[in-house]
Write a protein that binds this ligand. Structure first.
Ligand code: 5GP
Length: 193
């Protein structure tokens, strides 16, 4: 998606440790005009799927998922990061290791909001090592629901998350894939360039 790549080049900041900061337009301050185009593009890429629910994870996936959901006319469910899980049978849960915070979280989704009838589109801002997505996939599986696809805004193609997901045969669409970045020069190389 050219608009997104241009924006990453213009306003993204490459940090040490393979972190790309996009907080001026995507995951802290949010450019809603850009998010609208992102939502429209996800709809175009998953036009043939009959989606009943969009699933994401708090916090930074929520805004993107909500705008995208307007193009699909379906509800958004976000997995909540829980300090401790109360295993009382009311929630699906999974463990996720955070790439940015190097912490392990339990994430939960209430059983009331995901069931075996659901055809789910998973949306998130970044794909790095794939832990967040694997956790969300586990939750969809626990619900007996079907993952119809995964939409990612920025995939870091030099980390192995994308490969792990595609190997499972899941339809994964990333709107920008970064194959290399250099913190010193501040440069980003996109796949296909
Ligand atoms: P994964 O679980 O795939 O390793 O990482 C995905 C999560 O880590 C995303 O939801 C995102 O919040 C965060 N993340 C991973 N890499 C980056 C990055 O380079 N920049 C930012 N801003 N977040 C990242």
């Amino acid at each position: 998606m050219q608009l997104l790549k241009d924006r990453i080049r213009r306003d993204g900041i490459v940090k040490e440790g393979n972190v790309l900061k996009v907080d001026s337009f995507l995951n802290h301050q949010m450019d809603i005009a850009l998010l609208n185009e992102i939502g429209r593009e996800f709809r175009r890429r998953f036009a043939d799927k009959d989606i009943t629910k969009i699933l994401t994870i708090e916090a930074s996936g929520i805004g993107i998922a909500c705008i995208t959901a307007q193009y699909f006319n379906v509800p958004v469910v976000f997995a909540k990061k829980a300090q401790s899980i109360n295993i009382d049978g009311e929630v699906y849960s999974s463990k996720i290791e955070s790439f940015t915070h190097k912490k392990v979280y339990d994430v939960i989704v209430s059983r009331r909001f995901l069931n075996s009838e659901d055809r789910v589109l998973i949306i998130d801002d970044f794909l790095a090592n794939g832990c967040a997505l694997l956790g969300l996939l586990e939750i969809v599986e626990s619900a007996g629901a079907k993952t119809e696809g995964i939409g990612i805004v920025i995939e870091k193609g030099f980390q192995d998350g994308g490969e792990k997901i595609r190997r499972q045969g899941i339809a994964l669409e990333s709107l920008a894939i970064v194959d290399a970045m250099d913190a010193e020069k501040g440069t980003v190389v996109f796949r296909g360039e």
